[in-house]
Design a binder for this molecule. Structure first.
Ligand code: PBG
Ligand code: ZN
Length: 323
């Protein structure tokens, strides 16, 4: 016996065309950001052993690659640098003509890409921490001065946005103030607001040689147990003047992305980090999952959770696969 009305949601799924019509979420390629690594020590590109298919580039190589990305239709990149010399204060990070500063300048001259640059010390310090040390602790307030200096060198190089990732308290307001005093009111800040202390960064630290030489990052990055604290971190960054807020990592933190979307009106970025890439990539390379399907599903999930912008190492793949 049929009941009436006869509720059949299957009517909505009859054909690929109909399914496409009824999609509530899709991957918006305009909102993808591709991370890129430039390494001052290299003469040619080198594949990152823990991230198959992702490379560190030398200076000329990254400019060529950026042009190729532009040709594919990619609009935005997030730059990371590996310097020749590391020291206790990470002085390579604020060199006027350092590796990231030179790369920003060239990519901005030779492409129309939107260029974000990660702003932190861990790639530049010999101890691998994101701030200056005082004994065995990471000193919040002296680090802020350095972050301000880095921001100004990036801005002078022509960066569109700085992306402070060190999770020091007050970093956004200090950077905003220093940028404004130097006449860079138009340089935007994409703040790594709710950045969790995560095992998912391990391949990245291999990539840029930034594994801390002692301890871990738990005194400054967030505990993965806490959502309300994440909301406070984001709220503070907004009060300090962040233009774009971020949740990182993405896939294990979809609930946090959703909570942030419901609570705040700022543009929200989600960073699908290095191990999220490698877990999927390695499973696909081993024949366990289909790469294209898994990339499509996982990236869609991040948008569905409420991210406006997705930073993903699969960006190039998504453009090439026509997803
Ligand atoms: C630097 C920084 C990290 C990432 C982005 N910026 C590493 C860390 O905090 O240890 C992680 C990116 C990734 O894993 O893809 N502070
Ligand atoms: Zn760092």
């Amino acid at each position: 016996m049929k009941t009436f009305p006869d509720l059949r949601l299957r009517r909505l799924r009859k054909s690929p065309e109909l399914r496409k019509l009824l999609e509530e979420t899709s991957i918006d390629r305009n909102k993808l950001v591709m991370p890129m690594f430039v390494d001052e020590n290299l003469k040619r590109q080198e594949e990152i052993s823990t991230m198959r298919g992702i490379f560190r580039f030398h200076e000329d190589g990254i400019v060529e690659k950026a042009k190729e990305y532009e040709g594919l239709g990619i609009r935005s990149i997030l730059l990371f640098g590996v310097p020749k010399h590391k020291d206790s204060t990470g002085s390579g990070a604020w060199e006027e003509n350092g590796i990231v500063q030179r790369t920003i300048k060239r990519i901005k001259e030779e492409t129309k890409l939107t260029v974000f640059a990660d702003l932190c010390l861990c790639e530049y310090t010999n101890h691998g921490h994101c701030g200056l040390l005082r004994g065995q602790t990471i000193d919040n307030d002296s680090t802020l001065e350095i972050y301000g200096k880095i921001a100004r060198t990036y801005a002078r190089a022509g960066v569109d946005g700085v992306a402070p990732s060190g999770m020091m308290d007050g970093q956004v307001s200090r950077i905003r103030k220093d940028l404004d005093l130097d006449g860079f009111a138009d340089t935007l800040i994409m703040a790594y607001s709710a950045k969790f202390s995560s095992s998912m960064y391990a391949p990245f630290r291999e990539a840029v040689f930034s594994t801390p030489s002692f301890g871990d990052r738990r005194t400054y990055q967030m505990p993965f147990t806490n959502t309300r604290e994440a909301m406070r971190e984001i709220e503070e960054d907004i009060e300090e003047g962040a233009d774009i807020i971020m949740v990182k990592p993405a896939l294990f933190y979809l609930d946090v992305i959703k909570a942030a979307r419901q609570r705040f009106d700022h543009p929200l970025a989600a960073y699908s980090v290095s191990a999220e890439y490698s877990l999927i990539k390695n499973a696909a390379d081993s024949g366990i999952v289909d790469l294209k399907a898994t990339v499509e599903e996982s990236t869609t999930a991040i948008f569905r959770a409420g991210a406006d912008i997705v930073i993903s190492y699969f960006t190039e793949q998504i453009f090439k696969d026509g997803l």
